[in-house]
Design a protein around this ligand. Sequence first.
Ligand SMILES: *Cc1c(COP(=O)(O)O)cnc(C)c1O
Length: 219
Amino acid sequence: MNAALVLAEIHDRIAKACALARREPDEVTLVAVSKTHPADAIAPLLEVGQRVFGENRVQEAAAKWPELRERYEGVDLHLVGQLQSNKAEDAVRVFDCIHSLDRSNLVTALAKAFDKTGRQVPCFVQVDVGEEPQKGGCPVKELPALLAQASDADVPVIGLMCVPPADIEPAPFFAFLDKLSRDEGLDGRSMGMSGDFETAVKLGATHVRVGTSLFGGRK
Ligand SMILES: *Cc1c(COP(=O)(O)O)cnc(C)c1O
C-alpha cells in the first residue's frame, strides 16, 4: 500500500465530514494508532508527513519510538490505552499526551511523575460512556470530582475521551461526550476510530484515533 494515498484518503474523509458539520479540517487531529505494527510499517507514514501517533502499551512504545524519533523530527506520541499507576513515570517519559486518565490514583501517580521527570504532559480524561468498566474510563457521575482533583494536582486536562460499546450505533455516545466536555469547559474530544471516525467528526471530535484504516489489520 502507498502511504501517501492511504493518508490522503483519511484526510479526505475527515474533510468531507467536517464540511457536513460546518467545521474546519484543521480542528481535527488525526492520531495514527500504530500499536502492534513494527517501526518498518510506521516509517512510511512518517516519510509522508504524519507526525501524531498513538500506542496503547508503554513498553511497546518505549521499545519502538526512541529510534523513530531520532530519524524524524516533531513526533507527537499519544497513549491511547489503559495505564497502570506503576507505569505512570515511564509513560510520562515516552508519551507527549495521555488519553486514558480515568481514576484518582492515576492523577496522583501522574502528578508525582511530572515532579520527578520535570515533564508535564496534557491528558484527556477517559469517560466510561457505555457503562463498561472493563474498558476503563471514569464513571460519568465521578467526572466532576476527578477533574477537580486533577486541577488541584496541576495535572493538565485538555479534554475527554471515550470508546463507545462495540456493535451498536456510536453517535449517541459521541454526542454525549461532546456535550459533557462543553459543559465542563474542555476543548478536546478524543473520539472515533476506523469504523466510526466520520460520525465522530460530525459530532465534534477534535482527535480521531485511527489504526486499521491506516495500517491494515493487527495480528
Ligand atoms: C486500537 C485503538 C484504536 C484504533 O482502532 P482501529 O479500529 O484500528 O482504528 C483507537 N483507540 C483505542 C483506545 C485503541 O485501543
